[in-house]
Write a protein that binds this ligand. Structure first.
Ligand SMILES: C[S@@+](CC[C@H](N)C(=O)[O-])C[C@H]1O[C@@H](n2cnc3c(N)ncnc32)[C@H](O)[C@@H]1O
Length: 211
């Protein structure tokens, strides 16, 4: 896809994102977001915050909420929502692999449906490690490569199409394994069905990780 076409598709993707996800949010994804984010405390950094769907699910009392989002069409939707959320939120236009955030400065990093899309997961996780304060953790909720090899093979076949229609999203990433390979310890990991999502975008993995 040419750069111009990709940018145009990025604008469409941002415009339809909330509608596209509405059924999934209602039928389980929203509850999983709330459950994950209930553990957020202190200074929180969210990667690839998109249109700001998580804003409704953060607990009260956060010290700061930094919302990093590299795509301008997403950031345009995120800013007014962040401002209206009542949370101490600030939008940073930045990719996960180059965060304008000091070393050891946040208590939690949040990633929901993002590590499927970042071009370099290892670089993003390197940044997560760098910005986390001692005792801090990564909270993640991601759709991942299916543990059944036959279904994973179907995901491999579908992936080139997925990358185009879902603006860079990969359905076949073993994200849990990639987090572990980056030297994080995984905690409370649970596999969940991604209700109302296509069978090729299954399952979800949620949990936390410490460097
Ligand atoms: C499927 S959307 C998920 C949005 C949001 N996190 C959510 O849970 O609804 C993927 C998001 O990742 C963002 N993204 C794309 N490339 C990225 C990168 N290199 N670093 C961080 N985020 C990125 C996209 O702009 C988009 O907002």
């Amino acid at each position: 896809m040419s750069g111009m076409l990709q940018r145009a598709w990025g604008r469409v993707f941002a415009a339809v994102y909330d509608r596209m996800m509405a059924d999934a949010e209602r039928e389980g994804l929203g509850a999983l977001r709330a459950e994950l984010l209930a553990g957020a405390r202190g200074r929180v950094l969210e990667l690839g915050a998109g249109t700001g769907v998580n804003l409704a699910h953060y607990p009260p009392g956060l010290e700061a909420l930094l919302l990093a989002e590299p795509e301008a069409p997403m950031a345009r939707r995120l800013r007014p929502r962040a401002a209206a959320s009542g949370l101490p939120a600030e939008v940073l236009v930045a990719p996960a692999a180059a965060l304008p955030v000091p070393d050891g400065s946040v208590d939690a990093v949040v990633c929901t449906l993002v590590l499927c899309t970042v071009p370099d997961v290892a670089a993003a996780l390197g940044e997560v490690r760098r910005v986390l304060a001692p005792g801090g953790r990564l909270l993640f909720l991601e759709h991942v490569r299916h543990p059944d090899p036959r279904r994973a093979r179907r995901q491999d076949l579908w992936n080139p199409i997925q990358r185009r229609v879902a603006h860079g999203c990969n359905v076949n990433r073993p994200t849990g394994e990639l987090i572990a390979a980056a030297g994080f310890a995984l905690h409370d990991v649970r596999q969940e069905p991604f209700r109302r999502a296509p069978s090729v975008v299954q399952p979800l993995l949620r949990g936390s990780a410490t460097p």
